[in-house]
Design a protein around this ligand. Structure first.
Ligand code: PLP
Length: 481
């Protein structure tokens, strides 16, 4: 494809995405396909001869689009979504088109420095502790963009593990693995599964601490577990609290968990704010993050509320040297003259990948296009819409709300019945008109209804509630209730 062809097809592709977005309401949110639908429609091998780009786009329309679940749709209330906005999409296109690897300063000075700048902007906008902000006086911390929260959590655990082992080892020449059997990590049973996965991948023992009826980590149980482990000769070294759990959007008591963790030698305190910390863009929501200043590291997925297209997981550490020590090696071909300067960051030492896109571009585009006020208005709208839905549920005495609604997530169910709630969800999902997903809270089957999409309006909330109540009336009528 030459430059002129690229110009032509690129413009057509933007039109395609714009038309898709403009017409999204006319499409069912869930596709009408069964597993295995695609391979009969696509050749078994790469075409021998070059194909015109128009043919490829025709297949996108006819074969791919009918198989999509539309995450950015006013009737998508399922997962915390992958996030999208037009400026974010344009930022991704720029990063792809420039295709520069932001792994060491010399390979992309502007991409490196922009990443550091937008991470500082982001931390300031959320009111995070000053020591995460690289340009605040005395700070030795900073941020980095990873692909996912799961990656941030895994990396935090690896960094904490390397740090504790380094301290335990001192000057001895024991092998690092000698210390591994003694190390223990903690998080709540309602934390995202990626923490358990991170522990598995790093061969680390983990304790899942019980939650209370609101889905928050039981701090008393956490303290007891830590003290017991110490008495048994083990070494607690990592605890992760969650701000906005996946199941119920609960905010753990970061203050109590953090304060206690600082009394335990070697304990690293990580905060997973993948979803809920985005809301701190509203100063009135920051009360839920009280105690963040105890954190050694933290992650936030800007895609989950702040309109930055996904693979936009921000991670901050209090001391970047600790991170670099855990994650770096220094082959000759990656060395450069400026590598010891604080302002010449080598992001390859802040994560797993070497080659990384210019991830900052989409942040920069979104932050500037919306401005702080635009982003605040968007988050406020999501919270108001969720409250409206909560009220509709509370006003109908056949239903109950089972979480504290302070973000965009409402967990609800038909009173007294897991089976009927599950049936309600199945019927609605099979209609393909609305998408919600289940969760288990306090051992009850519940439906998660999460408002995320930028263009969701009150009428969509009312329409969706109408669907839910009609199906509920049908189910309850059938069972004679
Ligand atoms: N943490 C929380 C609280 C989440 O809700 C999620 C996903 O929804 C994750 C972590 C994992 O996010 P990612 O998909 O970016 O790995």
């Amino acid at each position: 494809m030459n430059v002129e062809e690229f110009r032509k097809h690129g413009k057509a592709l933007i039109d395609f995405i714009a038309d898709y977005s403009a017409n999204i309401e006319s499409i069912d949110v869930l596709p009408k396909v069964e597993p295995g639908f695609l391979s009969p429609l696509i050749p078994d091998e790469i075409s021998h001869d070059p194909e015109p780009f128009e043919n490829i786009m025709k297949d996108v329309s006819e074969k791919i689009m009918p198989g999509l679940t539309h995450e950015h749709h006013p009737k998508y209330f399922a997962y915390y979504t992958s996030g999208v906005s037009f400026p974010g999409t344009l930022g991704d296109i720029l990063a792809s088109g420039l295709s520069v690897g932001v792994f060491n300063w010399i390979n992309c000075p502007a991409g490196t420095e922009l990443e550091n700048i937008v991470m500082d902007w982001f931390a300031k906008a959320l009111g995070l502790p000053k020591y995460f902000i690289s340009d605040s006086p005395g700070s030795v911390g900073g941020g980095v963009l990873q692909n996912s929260a799961s990656e941030c959590i895994f990396i935090s655990l690896l960094v904490a593990r390397a740090h504790v082992i380094e301290q335990l080892k001192g000057d001895s020449d024991l092998h690092d693995s000698v210390f591994l059997p003694k190390l223990v990590a903690y998080t709540s049973e309602d934390a995202h599964y990626s923490m358990e996965k991170a522990a598995k991948m790093s061969l680390t023992r983990i304790r899942l601490i019980k939650t209370d009826s609101r889905g928050k980590m039981r701090v008393d149980v956490f303290k007891e577990a830590v003290l017991n482990d110490i008495n048994n000769g083990l070494i607690p070294f990592f605890v992760m609290a969650t701000l906005g759990t996946t199941g119920s959007a609960a905010y753990d008591n970061v203050y109590e968990i953090g304060k206690f963790s600082k009394t335990i030698p070697y304990m690293w305190f990580h905060i997973d704010g993948a979803y809920g910390a985005n809301a701190f863009i509203l100063p009135e929501m920051r009360r839920f993050g009280e105690g963040m200043e105890y954190a050694d590291s933290m992650n936030v997925n800007a895609c989950k509320m702040l309109l930055v297209n996904f693979e936009s997981s921000a991670m901050w550490v209090k001391d970047v040297m600790i991170m670099k020590k855990a994650l770096s090696a220094n082959p000759v071909y990656l060395q450069h003259d400026n590598e010891n300067k604080v302002s010449a960051i080598d992001y390859r030492n802040y994560g797993i990948s070497l080659t990384r896109r210019m991830r900052s571009a989409k942040f920069w585009f979104v932050f500037r296009t919306y401005g702080l006020v635009g982003l605040q208005n968007h988050v406020r709208k999501l919270l108001i819409l969720a409250k409206k839905f909560e009220k509709l549920v509370l006003d109908d005495d056949r239903f109950e709300v089972v979480n504290e609604v302070h973000l965009g997530l409402v967990c609800f169910r038909l009173k007294h019945s897991d089976d009927k709630t599950e049936k309600l969800l199945n019927i609605i999902t099979n209609s393909r008109k609305m998408f919600m997903v289940p969760a288990r809270l306090n051992d009850k089957f519940v439906i998660r209804y999460c408002v995320m999409y930028e263009y969701t309006e009150e009428r969509h909330i009312i329409e969706s509630w109408k669907v839910i109540t009609e199906v509920a009336t049908h189910i309850l009528g059938q069972s004679g209730c």
